[in-house]
Structure formats: structure tokens, C-alpha cells
Design a protein around this ligand. Structure first.
Ligand code: C2E
Ligand code: MG
Ligand code: MG
Ligand code: MG
Length: 287
């Protein structure tokens, strides 16, 4: 199954069931080494405003630069890291790496656009999470509003009082907050009203062929209407075609990301394509 992800990456898991437990164990051990040997990489996918197609920020997505297997996508190791608890270490690594990158771009005098980092329940639930983040930002002299955190409905649900207090503390830091993969979890809707969320990200599964899939149209329209009513932005994930984009634009979706514009790219690519020292605003580059 991992093989099907393609791009020449050697499959981590044998499809043979009896080898799976062994493979997961091997992967855990390898992952520990990956963190220690600094083999993780932050890749950045542009997010665009739908109204003018200008870049409004980036989402940081982890990759594993494996010495033999090449660039491994998160789908091949995040699930194991989640069950082993290693995900918190990966998220901490990503947050520090992204803050360091933002500090670097600031020192270079580049145009600064906010970068979103995905935060797992495992990291979010740690009582020292906000303090740690505050310290990293302070040490790198990066303002909180350079950063956005993407949490899932699942993260938002595990302890309402703790979650609300944590989200409020993050907002006081200036950090923007998104709900990721919206519509795929089990949660209710009350938290959208009660939590200081800025943006709802419409899951990729609802965007697929949305211009011709009536069920997806119904879901996407409903999410946009709900978000509008609550004063939240909407970002569509995984936009791959002009037709999908045109539909989203007609419905009043606020922003999007997807391979139609660009996949996630290494920091140096992002720099010369999108963060030239002289700001280039609001145009599509290198389609
Ligand atoms: P996500 O946070 O929902 O990120 C969006 C995913 O959709 C990314 O996959 C991105 O590369 C992919 N994507 C964007 N546009 C398109 C498109 O047009 N077509 C297709 N087919 N895919 C598109 P990626 O990078 O493989 O990450 C998968 C998931 O792994 C993420 O989903 C997120 O849940 C998780 N993840 C990635 N990095 C991190 C991290 O640093 N920490 C945590 N906790 N999770 C992460
Ligand atoms: Mg995300
Ligand atoms: Mg998502
Ligand atoms: Mg997703």
C-alpha cells in the first residue's frame, strides 16, 4: 500500500500481513535515528487567496530525507509515529525548523508570509506546549503572527477546557489557528462557535471533482456557508484542476492550496520562486 504512493519510494511495509508488526518496529527504530541524524525536512506548500490568486502563506509539511529510500512522504511514517508517540518529537522538530526558517528569511529581509505547522494531539496535549513555543519564538525573535497552527477536530476535542485555554493562549501570542481536514472527524459543531479559530480547511476528499460531484458540492457549500456565518475563513485543500477552482471561486471560498498551483517544495525553491527580495505579489508563477 505504501508502494502505491509511488515517486520511486521503496515501500516501508510489506503487504504481507505477517511482516507488518516487524516492519513497524523497524520503522520506529529508524525514525528515532532520523530525528537524531537530522534527516527530517520541512517542505512548504503555498496557500493562495481565491479572489486574486496571490500567495497568502505556506503550509509546512514534513518529509524524511532517507539515506537509501530518498524523500519519504509523511503518509509512510506519521501513522506509526502517532501510535508510538514519536509524533510529538517530529512536531517539535518541525516547529523549531519552521521558526528558524522564518528567522532566517527575516534576517535576509525577505517578504514574510505566515507559515502553518500541523500539530498533533500528542504535542498539543502537553501542558508545556505553549511555554515551549513562546520560548522558541522569543529566542528566534519571530513574532507569533508569522506562525499558524493547524489542528484537527480530533485535537480540538480531547479536553474542552484545556483546549480552549490553550487556543486562547496561542491567540494571545498572535498565532493564527486552523481546523484541518474539516468534515472528516467525529466532533460536533459547538467548538467552531466557542474556540478562537480563524480558518476552516475543507478536506481534500470533498474537493475532488467538486465541479461535477453533487454530494461534494453540497458538503462544500454547507461548509462555506457555516464558516461565513461564524466569521471564519475557508481554505480548500488539494485543488488539482481549474474546474475545481472555478467552482470554489463561484461559491465564495476564501483560499486554496493544491497541485494546480504548486506542491510542497523545499525552502530554497520557495525562496527563489516566491520570496524574492523584491516582493512579487499576486501573480501565478511557473505554472
Ligand atoms: P494535511 O495537513 O491535510 O496536508 C495536506 C496534504 O495534502 C499534504 O500531504 C499535501 O502535500 C497534500 N496535497 C496538497 N495539495 C494536493 C493536491 O492537489 N493533490 C494531492 N493529491 N495532494 C495534495 P502530505 O505532505 O503527504 O501530508 C499528509 C498529512 O500528513 C498531512 O495532511 C498531515 O495530516 C500530516 N503531516 C504532514 N506534516 C506533518 C507534521 O509536521 N506534523 C504532523 N502532526 N502531521 C503532519
Ligand atoms: Mg495540514
Ligand atoms: Mg488537511
Ligand atoms: Mg488531509
Amino acid at each position: 500500500q505504501a508502494k502505491a504512493r509511488g515517486r520511486g519510494i521503496y515501500a516501508f511495509y510489506s503487504s504481507d500481513m505477517q511482516h507488518q508488526a516487524q516492519n513497524r518496529l523497524t520503522l520506529r527504530v529508524e525514525l528515532d535515528g532520523a530525528i537524531q541524524r537530522n534527516e527530517l525536512r520541512a517542505y512548504y506548500q503555498p496557500k493562495l487567496g481565491i479572489a486574486d490568486d496571490g500567495i497568502i502563506g505556506f503550509e509546512a509539511l514534513v518529509r524524511w530525507q532517507h539515506p537509501e529510500r530518498g524523500l519519504v512522504p509523511p503518509g509512510n511514517f506519521i501513522p506509526v509515529a502517532e501510535s508510538s508517540g514519536q509524533i510529538a518529537a517530529i512536531d517539535r522538530w518541525m516547529l523549531e525548523a519552521v521558526i528558524e526558517q522564518l528567522a532566517h528569511w527575516r534576517r535576509q529581509g525577505r517578504r514574510i508570509l505566515p507559515v502553518a505547522v500541523n500539530v498533533s494531539a500528542s504535542l498539543f496535549s502537553r501542558s508545556d506546549f505553549v511555554d515551549e513555543l513562546t520560548r522558541w519564538l522569543g529566542e528566534s525573535r519571530v513574532p507569533g503572527h508569522d506562525l499558524e497552527l493547524e489542528i484537527t477536530e480530533h485535537v480540538a476535542m480531547f479536553d474542552l477546557d484545556y483546549t480552549l485555554a490553550t487556543l486562547q493562549a496561542l491567540k494571545r501570542l498572535g498565532v493564527a489557528l486552523s481546523i484541518d481536514d474539516f468534515g472528516t472527524g467525529y466532533s460536533g459543531l459547538a467548538y467552531l462557535r466557542d474556540f478562537p479559530i480563524d480558518t476552516v480547511k475543507i478536506d481534500m476528499s470533498f474537493i475532488k471533482r467538486v465541479h461535477e460531484d453533487e454530494k461534494n458540492q453540497g458538503i462544500v457549500r454547507a461548509i462555506i456557508a457555516l464558516a461565513d456565518t461564524l466569521g471564519l475563513h475557508t481554505i480548500a485543500e488539494g485543488v488539482e484542476t481549474e474546474k475545481e477552482l472555478a467552482f470554489l471561486k463561484r461559491q465564495g471560498c476564501w483560499g486554496y492550496q493544491g497541485h494546480l498551483f504548486s506542491p510542497a517544495l523545499a525552502a530554497d525553491e520557495i525562496e527563489h520562486r516566491f520570496l524574492a527580495l523584491e516582493a512579487r505579489q499576486g501573480m501565478r508563477l511557473d505554472r
